[in-house]
Design a protein around this ligand. Structure first.
Ligand SMILES: [Zn+2]
Length: 510
């Protein structure tokens, strides 16, 4: 059976989703999980876009060595040098350079003639090829480009040394039948096409990203670009889990397979959702909360008689365990350790002790500690030591009350405290933190989700905060949502402080 390669761009295109800001620890954590998931190529970022992105890509290239790590670069020398600097430490690096080829993009965005674009594309690939053997060239907005021109550009870059040609539907405009015919025409007219891999990258503006990618499989492409949970620019990219499970479940139709370990899908999806703050809609295919829930009596009756009546996949195919071992306040060190090991979370001794003490605190506040709760405890422990910590908080709000918050923080061996009011309890608490520290954060994005259901579920808050010109993300988890919000905000403050983006004015020491 033919094997198709999965090129994951969660950390590049996905990270460009509005409201998403991952730090380099979080990116590395996702990259490690993508390696476990079995993706073939991991696009780690766009190094020229910021020093933070550069560092993030470099760290991934250095530490994740079982797959190919790609970095994006526009078709110019500066971008290509920078991308190469970031990934050259990797095991099998790939430079991914791109240039628009559609009449609209060439005329309005690039303001270049087709001849100039052809020349620039060839030069870029030639330059990248001097650095590394594996060079991918993307024709941005390919699906709205003219077939003959595109074939000419592709023939040129193949001669210059490109190893992968990407034919993206950048704006999500294509339909499956049309896209398949277009790909066929371009491939037929490109000289040397048999020497390279062909890739597609589809956006979901019309909800057709997965359908278009599957149509491309029928044409014989070699690589599919996608993101976990389908996150990405605007309506996002083709969802990795949907593509993989469609190919897996309907092998009879597509006759290809992938190297994806499908039982890692649920875990990867949850990790990306948690760290990115992009909540998964309940009815999302494959990984939504309801994807395997059968509500109606007729369906439940059928399921009890035989699962195959209404179920085309099993939850266990994507790594959802049927039986959940319940952990609670009476669970001991051994049970918790065993559960973490079963989940593939091998912690060092001191890290385990920290997680276990957090577990005890949580188990006092919550009847059942679920798998998702355990993951959230472990995630939080991967953070570096915070300089500014929460000592206490007190918030009051009500129907006819002005919300007021008092916050005590520990910094530099001292307790700093102050109080203020706000538009709501969360706003008041954030303002109180800013007042204590003398900082001025602007909240750009706030999301709250429950970790597993139930009335005593933990709330997880993800925030993106702007300090001056810099955006930074933070996450907090607690059974109290105001406390979760405060912890999330404080994490953002700590990260901004670590990077020297804010200074703390100590004035209210007590
Ligand atoms: Zn894209």
């Amino acid at each position: 059976m033919r094997r198709i390669e999965i090129f994951d761009t969660t950390l590049r295109d996905g990270e460009q989703s509005p409201g998403v800001a991952l730090n380099s620890d979080e990116k590395l954590q996702i990259a490690r999980q993508l390696a476990k998931l079995g993706v073939n190529v991991l696009e780690a970022g766009f190094p020229i876009s910021s020093p933070g992105d550069f560092q993030g890509v470099r760290r991934i290239a250095q530490e994740v060595r079982t797959l190919s790590v790609a970095a994006l670069a526009r078709a110019n020398a500066k971008d290509i040098e920078c991308a190469w600097d970031a990934i050259s430490v990797g095991e099998s690096p790939r430079i991914h350079t791109f240039l628009a080829t559609s009449p609209i993009h060439m005329l309005y965005k690039l303001q270049k003639s087709p001849e100039e674009v052809l020349e620039l594309a060839i030069q870029a690939v030639r330059l990248a090829k001097l650095k590394v053997g594996d060079v991918e060239f993307s024709a941005e907005d390919a699906s709205r480009s003219e077939v003959d021109f595109l074939a000419k550009v592709f023939s040129g870059v193949i001669k210059a040394g490109a190893t992968v040609l990407n034919i993206p539907d950048t704006v999500g405009y294509a339909t499956p039948e049309e896209y398949a015919a277009f790909l066929r025409a371009v491939m037929e007219r490109t000289t040397g096409i048999e020497k390279v891999k062909v890739s597609v990258h589809c956006h979901n503006d019309l909800g057709l990203a997965v359908a278009n990618s599957l149509a491309a499989v029928g044409v014989g492409v070699h690589q599919l670009e996608c993101t976990v949970n389908g996150i990405g620019e605007r309506a996002g990219n083709a969802a990795l889990e949907e593509l993989v499970m469609a190919l897996h479940t309907r092998r009879d139709q597509y006759d290809v397979d992938t190297s994806i370990v499908t039982t890692e899908i649920a875990r990867t999806s949850q990790l990306v959702s948690r760290l990115s703050g992009m909540v998964i809609q309940h009815n999302k295919a494959i990984v939504g909360k309801n994807a395997f829930a059968h509500e109606s009596g007729i369906h439940q009756d059928g399921m009890l008689k035989d699962r195959s009546t209404y179920e085309i996949m099993l939850p266990s195919d994507i790594g959802i365990d049927a039986e959940t071992i319940v952990l609670g306040k009476h669970s001991g060190r051994h049970a918790v350790h065993q559960r973490l090991t079963d989940l593939g979370l091998d912690l060092g001794e001191s890290q385990f002790e920290e997680v276990f003490s957090q577990f005890k605190i949580l188990a006092d506040r919550k009847r059942e500690v679920t798998t998702a709760d355990l993951f959230s405890l472990v995630d939080l422990k991967t953070e570096t030591e915070d300089q500014i910590r929460l000592d206490y908080m007190q918030v009051s709000s009500g129907t006819h009350l002005t919300p007021t918050a008092t916050v005590g923080l520990l910094y530099n061996g001292q307790r700093l405290e102050d109080a203020t009011c706000g538009d709501g309890p969360v706003d008041a608490a954030f303002k109180a933190i800013d007042k204590v520290l003398g900082t001025e954060g602007k909240l750009m994005h706030y999301s709250l989700q429950a970790i597993d259901g139930g009335e005593d579920a933990q709330g997880e808050v993800t925030v993106t905060v702007k300090f001056g010109d810099n955006m930074v993300g933070g996450r907090g988890v607690s059974t109290d949502i105001i406390e979760a919000s405060v912890l999330g905000y404080l994490q953002a403050v700590n990260r901004a402080f670590d990077r020297g983006w804010i200074k703390i004015i100590e004035k209210n020491a007590s």
